[in-house]
Design a protein around this ligand. Structure first.
Ligand code: NI
Length: 136
């Protein structure tokens, strides 16, 4: 009897999308405004979903207060109000697209959760653009 439970959190961060192997012209053509050399910001909406069997003694898949604290402690503390390119070691060589941010967050949280729980990340970069990892 698998049940999915989710917690939404928000963080604000700056980034710049570019490939250092490319010319300025190619970066501009591919990434457009997101290639702005002086960075730009997003209000990210992060939805973390945990799937598992409700514990017979609590009825919880996972206490969402615990999940919220985990997201705040392990993810938001290092990303919120930061420049992802400059402040985060995760993105020294990894382009901080929503796709890559979602994968990084999944990898951070995966280590913290019970092995029996499935983890899914949904990340909104804008109101209309969002990514999901894993895809299925
Ligand atoms: Ni952007």
């Amino acid at each position: 009897m698998k049940v999915a439970v989710s917690r939404e959190e928000n963080f604000n961060a700056a980034h710049r999308l570019f490939n250092p192997a490319w010319t300025d012209e190619k970066n501009d053509a591919v990434f457009g405004k997101c290639n702005n050399p002086n960075f730009h910001g997003h209000n990210y909406r992060l939805i973390v979903t945990v799937v598992g069997d409700p514990d017979p003694s609590t009825g919880y898949v996972m206490d969402l207060k615990t999940l919220s604290e985990l997201i705040n402690d392990k993810v938001l503390r290092q990303f919120d109000h930061k420049n992802l390119n400059l402040d985060s070691p995760h993105f020294r060589r990894l382009n901080p697209t929503a796709e890559n941010i979602a994968v990084v967050i999944w990898n951070i949280l995966r280590k913290e959760l019970d092995i029996h729980l499935e983890l899914k990340i949904k990340l909104y970069e804008t109101e209309r653009n969002f990514v999901e990892y894993p895809a299925h």
